[in-house]
Design a protein around this ligand. Structure first.
Ligand code: ADP
Ligand code: MG
Length: 637
């Protein structure tokens, strides 16, 4: 990235045409319509003037130019760029043309040659095969729609040209504002990761947008991306909804008041928010009664606050005022306001606009009548608002943002573990599953509490070890990877007689090299694990054990390093979280200890990246302890 690309003083459109249905015509028109303030030129061998702009038939006559936008066939690009680099001091290129690496090996060769040429002259390249760049300085794209740019909007970087256009199209009608748009095309030199890196490293909190919307079809540099980005989402609608939520103040707590004049959407929104883990607190008390007395008869105020289809703009304002000033258990207000078409609702939207701008709590407007109330909605977004056409999308996205861990600082603190001891174990181990002694040593080095264990090879040793461990105890085969599957786990062994009998049975199980004794512990089963992912580092996993993980797939994942805050968020996002918290009179599980283990697992994989896979399955947890009773670690150097 350089200033010639970001703030060019001069731009040439190579292949600029008067036909605005061609890329070279449309990009020129966009530059003109959006009033590029520097010198604008065209290079076209057939014209002296194009759309009122001076055109050079011979590129050699062109004055020096900062930025070139190329809309000519791929095969002419190299020679053109050579002249621009060598004679015209051009340092920035946007190639709109297709016919490069996306078209096959020939094109790929051409693309590499172009990049080499540009880099030799310290230039930068966006594209080829993208829709271009749109910044407050110039509208260098050959597509429509062109959104109104606003420095407080989102910076949108897209790995796909067509999808970029579709995403713009979705965002504009709901009032989502864009600060800049970047379509990287084939990312021959500059990709999404580099633009993001540039924005991150040159971030000016006063002037720059805090919201980056990325659309990626592939991730070539995951480390770089993850360093500068923090959340991943899926569909276009979800992307726009999330971008729109970021146009509003941050949600500081999970209690939402729903203000509506229609029952149905309020129920839908309630369900979506609750499913996502947010709260629709019941509203009651003196102040609520006072509010109710000022609404029409039949209104309900318990939350959702339904002030009926006949509810007025004035009442809407009143309800918002109560939510803002009198209700401490309300953190944000979702307002659903549409119309069945009988009356105009300009007054209600004007109240909403005023409240959004002044209310101390975030107000999220849901405007379902996008056609019926199109004039009202247009006026509403003209005033700078962004709205949500559909409540369930909003509910899902709001919960997702609330529960997404904050971006981690680069120097995040992991718990201190005994790196030296951990390294020693792994340096001495060969690839494959570690034996119990090594597993114990690694857990101890990481500070993860585990059950006391003794491994024995003879019946007499088993009897001795059992005295040390104490009855009741658990016997497990050492050797087989899935012990229960081969009848290799016996729980709640209470007597020496059973111990002896089971020892003699178990020791004969195939691949068994010894028998492990543990105390028989109580607690709910939890799971924590780590898995090395190509290029990304380790994924740290957590959930409840047993059917929760195997049948319900209720697992949360975070990329190592996982901070304590992120570990806590992972636990809270589990569907089975209520069980961890304690439900129906049952005691819960020590969440802090579980979170601590997750961070220790992360610290261990940072110290010993040779761990390809690690499972603590299960950990047994109750309100006082969380202890690993089975651990599997696979090393791959
Ligand atoms: P595997 O996963 O190889 O089958 P585990 O060691 O996980 O073997 O044991 C199987 C199950 O037995 C565990 O999921 C857990 O329910 C129970 N279990 C194992 N160890 C203990 C223990 N020390 N105390 C109580 N229950 C245990
Ligand atoms: Mg197990």
């Amino acid at each position: 990235m350089n200033t010639q690309l970001l703030k060019p003083k001069s731009i040439v459109v190579v292949g600029g045409s008067s036909d605005i249905h061609k890329p070279g015509g449309k990009v020129l028109k966009n530059l003109l319509d959006h009033k590029f303030k520097g010198n604008l030129y065209v290079s076209n061998p057939k014209e002296d003037e194009v759309q009122g702009v001076k055109s050079y038939r011979d590129l050699n006559n062109l004055p020096q130019t900062d930025l070139a936008i190329l809309a000519i066939p791929a095969k002419f690009c190299y020679d053109t760029i050579k002249i621009l680099c060598e004679d015209k001091a051009t340092k920035a290129f946007i190639i709109l043309s297709a016919g490069f690496s996306e078209s096959g090996p020939e094109g790929a060769k051409l693309e590499r040659a172009v990049v080499e040429l540009i880099e030799k002259h310290n230039g930068v390249l966006i594209g080829p095969n993208g829709i271009g760049v749109l910044t407050p300085h110039y509208a260098g794209v050959f597509t429509s729609p062109i959104p109104k740019l606003d420095p407080k909007g989102v910076d949108f970087i897209s790995g796909s040209g067509a999808t970029a256009v579709f995403i713009l199209d979705l965002g504009i009608p709901v009032g989502l504002k864009y600060a800049s748009v970047w379509s990287v095309g084939n990312s021959a030199q500059i990709g999404v990761e580099e633009i993001l890196e540039y924005m991150d490293e040159n971030f000016d909190p006063e002037k720059d947008s805090k919201v980056k919307l990325l659309y990626l079809e592939q991730i070539t540099k995951p480390k770089k991306l993850l360093k500068h980005a923090s959340s991943l989402i899926n569909g276009r609608q979800e992307l726009i909804t999330i971008g729109s939520i970021f146009m509003y103040p941050e949600l500081k707590g999970k209690n939402i008041a729903i203000v509506t004049h229609a029952g149905g959407p309020a129920v839908m929104l309630t369900d979506a928010l609750e499913k996502g883990g947010l709260n629709i607190p019941q509203l009651k008390g003196e102040k609520i009664d006072e509010l109710k007395s000022q609404l029409f008869h039949g209104s309900s105020t318990e939350n959702p606050i339904d002030f009926l289809a006949t509810g007025t703009a004035e009442q809407l304002g009143l309800i918002i005022d109560y939510c803002e000033n009198n209700l401490d258990n309300v953190d944000a207000i979702a307002v659903i306001f549409g119309t069945p078409g009988l009356v105009e609702i300009f007054d209600a939207y004007r109240v909403l606009d005023k409240k959004i701008k002044t209310c101390k709590k975030p107000i999220l407007p849901i405007c379902p009548s996008v056609n019926q109330a199109s004039a009202e909605v247009s006026e509403f977004i003209e005033k700078g608002n962004t709205f949500f056409p559909e409540e369930v999308l909003l509910g899902d996205a709001l919960a997702k943002i609330y529960y997404t861990a904050k971006p981690q600082s680069a120097n995040l603190k992991l718990p201190e573990i005994d790196v030296k001891a951990a390294r020693k174990v792994v340096d001495e181990a060969s690839d494959g599953y570690l034996n119990p002694e090594k597993v114990q040593a690694l857990l101890d080095a990481a500070g993860i509490s585990r059950a006391k264990e003794l491994v024995v090879g003879s019946e007499e040793d088993a009897v001795k070890a059992a005295k040390e461990i104490g009855y009741p105890l658990v016997m497990k085969v050492v050797g087989p990877v899935h012990k229960s599957d081969v009848g290799g786990v016996v729980l709640n062994v209470k007597t020496e007689e059973v111990l002896r009998k089971e020892f003699n049975r178990m020791i004969k199980i195939q691949d068994t090299t010894g028998i492990l004794l543990q105390p028989f512990l109580s607690g709910k089963e939890l799971f924590a694990g780590a898995k090395r992912e190509d290029k990304f580092g380790h994924l740290i996993l957590a959930g409840m054990g047993g059917i929760f993980i195997e049948v319900l797939k209720d697992v949360q994942a975070g990329l190592s390093p996982v901070s304590l805050g992120e570990a806590q968020t992972m636990i809270k996002r589990l569907k089975s979280y209520k069980i961890i918290e304690g439900v129906r009179g049952q005691a819960g599980i020590d969440e802090a200890k579980f979170a601590d283990i997750i961070t220790r697992l992360s610290a261990l994989t940072e110290a010993v990246p040779e761990i390809a896979e690690m499972d603590l399955n299960p950990l047994l947890g109750d309100s006082k302890k969380v202890v690993a009773v089975d651990a599997r670690i696979r090393i791959e150097k």
